[in-house]
Design a protein around this ligand. Sequence first.
Ligand code: ME8
Length: 695
Amino acid sequence: MTRPFYVTTPIYYVNDVPHLGHAYTTIVADALARFHHMCGDDARFLTGTDEHGQKIVEAAEKRGLTPQALTDQVAPRFREAWIDLGMRFDDAEATHGFARDFIRTTEARHKRVVQGLWKRILEKNPQDLYLATYEGWYCVGCEAFYTDSQLKKNAADESVCPVHERPVSWVAKETSYFFKLSAYGDALAAHIERHPHFIQPEQYRNEVLGFLRGGLRDLSVSRTSFTWGIPVPDDARHPGEAGKHVMYVWFDALTNYLSALGDPFAPAGEAGAPDVTRYWKSVVHVIGKDILRFHAVYWPAFLLSAGLPLPRTILCHGWWAIGGRKISKSIPATRVSAVTLAGDLAGASSVPATGIDAVRYFLLRETPLGNDGDLIYESLIERYNADLANDLGNLINRSLTMLVKYGAGGVGTRDAALAGTGAHANLARVAAEAVRDARMALDGFQPSRALEAVWRLVREANTYIAATEPWSLAKDPAKQPELEHVLHTLAAALWWTRLLVAPVLPATAAALDGWLGANVAERDARWPSEDAFGTDLPALAPRQSTPLFPRIDDKRSAVLLDKWLPKEVVAAPEPSPAAPTPPAPIAATITYDDFAKLDLRVGHVLAAEAVPKAKKLLKLTVDLGEGRHRTIVAGIAEAFQPAALLGRRVLVVANLAPREMRGVTSEGMILAAGDDAILALGTVDADAPPGTRVK
Ligand code: ME8
């Protein structure tokens, strides 16, 4: 019986369309599934979309859509993007030889299992789900609560989420179900200690252990303030709560990994869930580091509580930036689509799908999995030219030229005696090492190392052509047996290259099959065994290739860079920190009497709200200790959320003539430094009472 290997990606939020960051995770998971299938494992691949929760409700509202309409629009964009990147869903078994699934959390098969998991926890450990009230800081971007100490401060001294760096919102007291996460810290730490493979790479294992040492707080796992979610099943302990709660979106979302396998909670008598039994324990969750806590702490705690086995591995990778800027919705230049980039790279290739391979190769080769990556466009072109156009493209082109020219439609003949000598033996040794090292690296989730190993074979094969000079051998009839052996060895090197690049470069593998005349379907190709170099060739009938990765010359490079590089940076370079914008010149001197005319006071901000239809203005209610409160309109809305101003002591010009702004009379002015989004309020560093004179 083959070994199961079940690999998952996060299910992506449908508030955004797929970008390079999503593509990276999905390509890593795809390459691992392809590799394991080639090794004879029973592979299974899962991706999908996360469609419930507040974030989706807000995104839908912004577009004037219902949440269902939004999810129905965006979910197919993800599915199509992965199809464009070489993945088949409908006919996966026939094409890839393994199952691929795309799950949406709005599907009935999913909802049923999420409710089943909740009920199973209630049966096994009823004390783990209890009703209580909470209030706290919530980041809608993360769909998670944060404690004060977890938040960061931004330049305007506001509390912001450590992941999205955007202001968090205060969720007022609400009754919800809590999950007793605090009871699972020790069990989780013990599991992580006992299973070195559980969280990989190592740095993330340490991060989670550190997080657990800090102690766990119970987790709010239901919401009553909106309805776009999976209903919490009725609870005999709290009949009054029936129908009020939907599940916390992470409880819902994480369960997709199980629900895609069937319903493990199906009542006795109904068909069980054989796929759960078969695949669950082999599962590898590929994720980005932003969601490590949810996968390495919350998810296993839910499973422990329900008495279910834990996943085998959580494989965590770093963040990709583009040109030094983190991929983010608010920076359009970073929201690059892998499919568009692939189209640009395909350029003049005779096989357009190899543009996809170029992107897949760059992402997996450039940065060791686990580290943060930066897509520098110049490096992308450099690597494309060096590794793909030069090393791989040349090998394919030159070897096929030799085979076609001197091979008379065949692939020569292996000479066992020659095989053990000189350059021939050397290439066979490097090839065997490449097979072994690449396999070990992929088994250990290190695709960049695996590709390095494969490229040692590619380069050595190029060296072999130069060393053996088939064109010289062809001139001397006495050297015909040696020429035959060289041709056979080149065919062997190409065949192994085709096999070893396949998990990452599937389009290249398919093109090579065509040119080599290999009648082997993708689903039947197997990872070679180390000692079989030159002896495992299928029937081949080589043909001349067409350019696969044509070199990107300076002219095309300029065109591509012009397209890719963000225009606003070229047009208006941001001032570098070394050369700050000089401050405005100091105004003309005034007398002391002029200054004394200004009445500056400490004000206490009691209320703050936006001014309708005025992007920059906030209306503040300020106490100057006068026995009445003043209304002051300030142009600080781009820098401060109203809530961030409450209770602040500010400096006020108290004797400025009142002025009407957008229909509101402003009775004074707040002092601030800077402009627009980067603004600091003038304030006092001691708790001076409202109305204190500032001199
Ligand atoms: O978090 N670099 O969905 P999401 C690398 N729905 N990877 C990146 C990336 C970047 N700059 N940006 C995104 C969610 N990713 C939840 C998941 S799972 C039960 C629920 C990838 O749409 C990376 O895998 O915000 C990250 O973890 C994921 O997209 C977040 O996708």
